[in-house]
Design a protein around this ligand. Structure first.
Ligand code: DX5
Ligand code: ZN
Length: 219
């Protein structure tokens, strides 16, 4: 038994009080900052880019887990390293030469993640699973916080866990979207290692307690 890695999603923070919310995560039981970058092309929304990521990284006392929801993510690997990313995830659906991109992320000194949309089958990860440090499995269609969790994620998570074990890979399973007190225990049972939580944390009356409750779950 061990505790999951908890990564609150800054997308749901109050951007007019970003420093305050970064401090809240610093002082919480959370492990990482989850930072969502959206380009308005890969997903139907635009979030923020380098200046905001840099500002978060300057104040953050925990690793930055940066999730790129952008087309041709390979163009910006060095820029995100400079902006303070520790883990950089690119979407499989947005990457034509995924191995090349994964190696470039590692060469730049970051952990490399592969994110997959809810409709993307786990089987497509077979030839990358040994090279990826993390798979960010979307349990909602990427683009917005606070969406409804897709129930099929539990089975997909278990399937991915099986693939990772069979390949003797040390890849972590991260679940992104709709994580809360109902979905989190079932996800951990299915093999999840990292829980991203945006709305559940920031819309709660006591974000510190909400983070602590997720961290206290067993995996
Ligand atoms: C969605 C983002 C998520 C989002 C999760 O496109 O990738 O990281 O912030 O938000 P919740 O936890 O509110 O579903
Ligand atoms: Zn995300």
């Amino acid at each position: 038994m061990s505790s999951p890695i908890i990564a609150p999603s800054v997308l749901s923070a109050d951007f007019a009080n970003l420093g305050r919310d970064v401090e809240m995560i610093n002082s919480s039981n959370a492990d990482w900052f989850h930072v969502d970058i959206m380009d308005g092309v890969f997903v139907p929304n635009i979030s923020f880019g380098f200046p905001v990521t840099k500002a978060i990284s300057k104040q953050a006392k925990k690793p930055l887990d940066v999730h790129l929801m952008i087309v041709q993510p390979e163009r910006y690997i060095k820029d995100f390293k400079e902006a303070g990313a520790d883990i950089l995830s690119v979407h499989l659906e947005a990457s034509t030469h995924l191995h090349r991109t994964i190696y470039a992320i590692k060469e730049a000194g970051m952990k490399a993640g592969v994110a997959i949309n809810p409709h993307t089958p786990i089987s497509l990860l077979k030839d990358i699973i040994k090279d990826a440090d993390l798979v960010c499995m979307m349990s909602v269609n990427p683009g917005f916080g606070g969406q409804k969790f897709i129930e099929q994620t539990y089975t997909k998570c278990a399937e991915l866990k099986e693939m990772i074990l069979a390949a003797s890979s040390s890849c972590l399973i991260e679940i992104d979207g709709g994580v809360n007190e109902v979905t989190a225990p079932k996800l951990l049972k299915a093999g999840a290692d990292v829980l991203v939580a945006g709305n559940y944390v920031f819309a709660s009356s006591n974000p510190l307690e909400t983070i602590a409750s997720l961290k206290s779950l067993n995996k």
